[in-house]
Design a protein around this ligand. Sequence first.
Ligand SMILES: Cc1ncc(COP(=O)(O)O)c(C=O)c1O
Length: 372
Amino acid sequence: MTVQPSPRLERLSPVPHGSISDRELTALGLRRDEVVDFSVNANPLGPSPLAIAAAAAATWSHYPDDSATSLRHALAERDGVSQAEVVVGNGSAELLWLLALAFLDPGDAALVVGPTFGEYARCVAIAGGVTREHRTERAAGFAVHPPGLIATARAADVRVAFLCNPNNPTGTLLPVLALRDLAVALPATLLVVDEAYRQFVDVPPATDCLLALGNVVLVRSLTKDYAMPGLRLGYALAPESVRRALDAVRPPWSVNAVAQAAGQAALGDEAHLLAARREVRWARAYLTEALTRLGLHVLPAAANFLMVEVGSGERVRAALLRRGLCVRDCASFGLPAYVRIGVRTMPECERLVAALADLAGTEGVGFVGGGS
Ligand SMILES: Cc1ncc(COP(=O)(O)O)c(C=O)c1O
């Protein structure tokens, strides 16, 4: 007889993400550098040269600073909060898991606002909690309906509510005042606002004022805006009591020395981020217009990715991959008719538009109306 893991693991299923696996590349006979990856929503200009240099120069022959003091100081300065309100993590994904671990007991309910990032439900399940979904509707442009959300949260007595803002994959954004109203209406709920894509909103919402309410945590990624997904770095701004709870369950040294050095250098390269934000704004406008002209339904997007209705996300992804372009099939979000396209540089976006125009003509891929 083998030793069995906890039965609650039986409720877990893998969460698909963007990008392309080595196995798929091999099957297609492609090298990674031959594929332009629109399935990951990251800074299209790549990492800052300052971050690359800092990573190369970092010392990793001793343990990293477990408190990440310099990096937290830099983040607190930039975001206008106190250092006691900053906690860093091995990617923002780690912080989501730590929040579930610290605030959910087995059987507790947590709310997610779907369709959304799949890791919220997974970390709730790992903590032994139960996920309630408040699902937004296509007919309403996937807009969040705060009164409905509040009613669901109250009925289920949720301890933690995860809200992705702007939301992955729909690109919808709730304004700060609506977030404030939610937090005030649900005083016994920890409202986790995942702001992984905040830096790509034209005017990033001034959510830091929500920390004063005491039941709001802002989770931010540094892997998207600074293009360092392989280094893993994220942080949360949280009331001090919440930060202490996260520190209590955090594994030691989870943010390695190279990530700390590169993150701090990246924060010092404001010009690189501004250039990326400009490129995204410009290329997003181009993509929206060009894809609409092809007859595709493009959802209005607040961030650096677009959700586009193409008939069959799976077929369109496969057909584009054969042309060296990778988009995210949205089937795992329960949206099989859509793909999600991360905005890249203008020349790369032009290549994608040309490929989609070609597909519409040659492969009979079912766009809107002809959905297959
Ligand atoms: C909404 C959202 N939150 C968090 C993450 C995790 O990002 P990271 O752990 O790289 O910071 C992702 C990654 O795709 C995401 O889409």
